[in-house]
Design a protein. Structure first.
Lengths: 443, 362
């Protein structure tokens, strides 16, 4: 008190420092404070009530799984039959579902399955650090009572396997891994065939005979994609060389941008990539708008809107069918831990950079003009070659497999003998560059 | 006419300090409530979900304690550095360095030594790793006047890249099929856990012991006194003949070393191998900065604030799963709480007087 009296506006000469005077000031002040506090409290309270009412009225603010669960209940009540056994599935995502790449595609697949089956309920957790996956799996099992958990990042592999041992009566599906146990299965949809088709187009379109690839991590999946892309390039343009930049991130728009710019600076004019954002495409579009045509290939989601003058085609992944199949197998107790590996034949891997066009109409004339002497089809345009190969891929790897020998690595060693086809095991462990890729895989 | 003046407050009692903290938290939760309201969920329900998700079930409590272990260790270490006004933002790197050193020890000697030798050895090497990474910025600051905020922050990235280099290169395990990451640590080098949980109790006990010892060091020893003088009145410290280099080196060795301990706990207690930086630590070194502040730079309080923040992080999962809000919500909650706590600190240390002069009204 004493202190504050002294400091009351000492600059203000007019003020009278009398005890009565000061008391009234303080009185006024504390009254005001109280009024403000009370007013705020009421605002908060009314806010709470209005929110609660809103929720009851519209139900829209509730998360989807709750809605699904409630509609499901009413459906069952309507049928008044023995309720089908319900299944609750938890999904663990490494990125935000809005990343427009990997996690987004998985979430689309989950939604597809959830809409398809009325016995299915799903919950998701996004942006889960690999360091935290064990905790999240525990929560999905213990707190959310999930029957099956899908872990959708390679880095979750060991934690998924440990969880399988910890909860023997639950099922686990790990995406992109190679370790399985009695109740832990693996699944993957691979895009390497689409990279091959993209490579055919890149080889036909490049002006500089230098083609680039922005890659996330040096693991077999990426090497397989790079090699498939290179084999496609080789099919139309044996002179062209492929340059690779590693960015060591699945989600790294800034790094991807830098890598794309450095590839362009070195003369590359066709870029494919593995990274979860349209960063590379944005660079391609930017440079194209400045007058230098850069050809890019969209990855995972339909990214053509980000580069309408640059995106030629791309790879699309549809997890919906696969999730539906796996969940149905679990529901009908047909599930086993066999690796689920889906390609173009199963309609998991699709060609295109947009949901409507397989190839951007802007580049179709150029691709139709580019003629190639194909050992199998004779004189054929790049466009027709892509379509023919795509049709073959839809029939299965028995009809056409990009990794058909002779294939030599870029050190001159023959890796696949003439006429032989790479087995699934060969593809899953591939760690060499084919002969038109420059440089070495980081060791 | 309203005038607002501030003056230093001299009558800070523990009760007032506690009340300020509680009020700041409540005010912070109030603002968070408004954010939830905008997102269309009932704030009381959301906030209760956070705390029920972390403290409301056995699962939640076990996970909260597991997550609190590194936060307590690093947070306690940071209180010492922050008391000396040595702004160590590099605990994340120090944690990773501890993880690197202890992984090396575990993989090299784990097969030949019994558990009771290899575990202390790993903790020792982890401490050394973290301490080495901690004293670099101390030397840079005292000898060359390089701002420690910059140097500690940048050393985080260097350490993360160094770790990545090790696991994609020379340390890549033979059992990993070409994927980055070391082999698993041998059985003897793996820390025991409380059955049915992931609480690696040796690290938990170590963290509590460290907090108590640090408390004694700060308040009862000459070194602790020197640390405070260095922070609060460096000029007086100089005249009193305090050796700044020595004090800084020791305090950063301790601060970094405790972060190193946390790294050992994460590797030997939870993951059992060295993987990418993001799979070793989910930003504990940064979260612990908030923990240290919330603890009012008292290592013993860091135990409670560590548990509190671990609770918010673990409860944050519940926000996502039960409410369907995006993961970023958890970070908004954390950031808002921190801002309010720091504001509370200001109001605790400064007296604010608002005065209305009647004369100027007329």
């Amino acid at each position: 008190m004493a202190l504050s009296i002294i400091m009351v506006d000492w600059k203000d000469q007019n003020i009278v420092l009398s005890p009565t005077n000061f008391f009234t000031y303080n009185m006024e002040l504390s009254m005001r404070k109280k009024i403000i506090v009370i007013a705020l409290f009421f605002v908060f309270l009314t806010g709470l009530f209005s929110c609660g009412q809103q929720e009851e009225q519209t139900d829209t603010s509730k998360p989807k799984e709750q809605i699904a669960a409630s509609t499901q209940k009413s459906d069952e009540a309507a049928k008044e039959q023995a309720p089908a056994k319900k299944l609750k599935a938890g999904f663990v995502y490494v990125g935000p579902v809005g990343d427009y790449g990997w996690s987004h595609a998985h979430d689309q697949g989950r939604k597809f399955a959830e809409e398809k089956f009325d016995w299915l309920e799903t919950v998701i957790v996004e942006s889960v650090d690999e360091a935290d996956s064990a905790r999240i799996i525990d929560r999905l099992i213990q707190e959310q009572k999930c029957d099956v958990v899908f872990t959708t990042s390679f880095g979750y592999m060991d934690d998924t396997l440990k969880a399988g041992a910890k909860y023997p009566d639950k099922l686990f599906m790990h995406c992109s891994g190679f370790k399985r146990s009695a109740n832990v299965g693996t699944y993957f949809g691979d895009l390497y065939q689409m990279y091959y088709l993209n490579g055919i187009m890149a080889g036909a379109l490049t002006q500089t005979d230098k083609i680039g690839y922005v890659a996330a991590f040096p693991i077999p999946e990426l090497v397989r994609h790079i090699d498939a892309y290179a084999l496609g390039i080789k099919a139309t343009n044996p002179k062209a060389k492929l340059n690779v930049r590693w960015i060591y991130a699945w989600y790294g728009p800034d790094k991807a941008k830098e890598a794309a710019q450095s590839l362009i600076a070195e003369g590359c004019d066709a870029l494919a990539f593995t990274e979860d954002t349209p960063a590379v495409i944005e660079v391609g579009q930017e440079v194209t708008e400045k007058g230098k045509q850069i050809y890019t290939f969209s990855h995972y989601s339909a990214m053509q809107p980000y580069g309408k003058d640059s995106v030629v085609s791309g790879q699309l992944m549809d997890w919906g069918g696969m999730y539906a199949k796996i969940l149905e197998d679990i529901h009908t107790q047909k599930w086993n831990n066999e690796d689920v590996w889906w390609l173009t034949k199963e309609k998991a891997a699709l060609l295109g950079g947009s949901p409507t066009d397989m190839i951007n109409p802007k580049f179709v004339p150029a691709l139709k003009e580019a003629m190639i002497d194909s050992p199998e089809f004779g004189q054929i345009s790049a466009y027709d070659l892509v379509m023919k190969r795509y049709e073959q891929m839809k029939q299965g790897v028995d009809v056409f497999e990009p990794f058909t020998g002779p294939i030599a690595d870029n050190k001159g060693v023959i890796r696949i003998q003439a006429g032989a086809k790479a087995s699934k095991e060969d593809l899953l462990s591939i760690m060499y560059y084919v002969d038109n890729v420059e440089g070495d895989i980081p060791q | 006419m309203i005038k607002i003046t501030t003056s230093d407050r001299y009558d800070i009692t523990p009760l007032r300090s506690l009340m300020t903290n509680i009020f700041s938290l409540v005010a912070g939760l109030f603002v968070i409530g408004i954010i939830f309201l905008i997102a269309g969920v009932n704030p009381l329900y959301a906030i209760s979900e956070i705390f029920l998700g972390s403290f409301g079930s056995l699962y939640g409590i076990k996970e909260t304690v597991t997550k609190a272990i590194p936060l307590i260790l690093i947070g306690a270490g940071l209180t010492l550095a922050f008391r000396a006004k040595f702004w160590n933002i590099g605990a994340e790197g120090q944690l990773l360095m501890g993880a690197i050193f202890s992984t090396w020890t575990g993989l090299t000697f784990g097969d030949h030594l019994p558990s009771y030798l290899i575990v202390p050895l790993m903790f020792f090497s982890g401490f050394i790793g973290g301490a080495l990474w901690g004293i670099i910025p101390a030397i840079l600051k005292i000898k060359y006047s390089i701002n420690e905020v910059i140097s500690t922050l940048m050393l985080n990235y260097i350490c993360a890249e160094f770790l990545t280099m090790l696991i994609v290169g020379p340390w890549k395990g033979s059992t990993r099929f070409g994927f980055p990451g070391t082999d698993n640590l041998p059985e003897a080098a793996i820390l025991g856990v409380i059955p049915g949980s992931r609480i690696h109790y040796s690290t938990l006990i170590l963290s509590l012991i460290c907090a108590v010892i640090l408390c004694v060091v700060i308040y009862r020893t000459r070194f602790g006194y020197e640390t405070r003088v260095v922070g609060e009145n460096p000029d007086a410290g100089k005249y009193a003949g305090i050796n700044f280099l020595k004090t800084s080196l020791i305090l950063m060795a301790i601060s970094g070393g405790l972060a190193g301990f946390a790294g050992v706990g994460e590797i030997a207690g939870i993951h059992h191998y060295l993987g990418y930086p993001a799979s070793v630590s989910s930003g504990y070194g940064f979260t612990a900065i908030i923990v240290a502040w919330l603890a009012k730079l008292n290592p013993l309080y860091a135990v409670f604030s560590g548990l509190f923040f671990a609770g918010i992080l673990v409860g944050g999962d519940a926000i996502q799963i039960s409410l369907g809000l995006p993961a970023a919500t958890v970070e908004i909650v954390n950031g808002t709480l921190l801002i309010f706590l720091i504001m509370g600190e200001y109001f605790l240390n400064n007296k604010i007087s608002v005065h209305v002069s009647t004369k100027s009204k007329g």
